[in-house]
Design a protein around this ligand. Structure first.
Ligand SMILES: [Zn+2]
Length: 135
């Protein structure tokens, strides 16, 4: 019976692609799998940790992380991805010049500008005071 959920149909022969990297991409050579660039974005470690020969199920390059190492990296990666998503949402709101993020950012910018203006005013008053005092 054909398992359509796990069987990939392609226009070329994939039987030589037996080396699987950390993110699940298949390669012809283990060294290519170990330097997989997709792992930078899709693997929680940010790089390919190990390569599995799918014909034997054995790790042929790198070191398979322990469950603890994986969980630790997953927490860090999810925090980083959430931060990147928030930054993206802010940029999107800024580009559109709308939304709560845009309003909050503009209010933050206005508050910073008010502090700079107040400091500049105070500096100018000190300069005037020094001139009037004859310094
Ligand atoms: Zn990969």
């Amino acid at each position: 019976m054909l398992d359509t959920a796990t069987t990939t149909f392609t226009s070329f022969d994939t039987s030589e692609y037996v080396y699987e990297c950390s993110c699940g991409e298949l390669y012809k050579m283990a060294v290519s799998a170990l330097s997989c660039r997709k792992c930078r974005n899709y693997c929680v470690f940010g790089y390919c940790t190990h390569v599995i020969d799918t014909t034997t199920g054995e790790v042929v390059a790198g070191t398979e992380p322990t469950l603890e190492e994986y969980e630790e990296a997953r927490v860090l990666a999810e925090a980083k991805w959430a931060e990147e998503k928030a930054e993206y949402q802010l940029r999107l709101a800024l580009d559109r010049q709308e939304g709560a993020l845009y309003e909050a950012y503009m209010a933050e910018q206005a508050a910073e500008a008010a502090v700079v203006a107040a400091n500049l005013t105070m500096d100018n008053l000190y300069v005037i005071q020094d001139e009037l005092s004859g310094y």
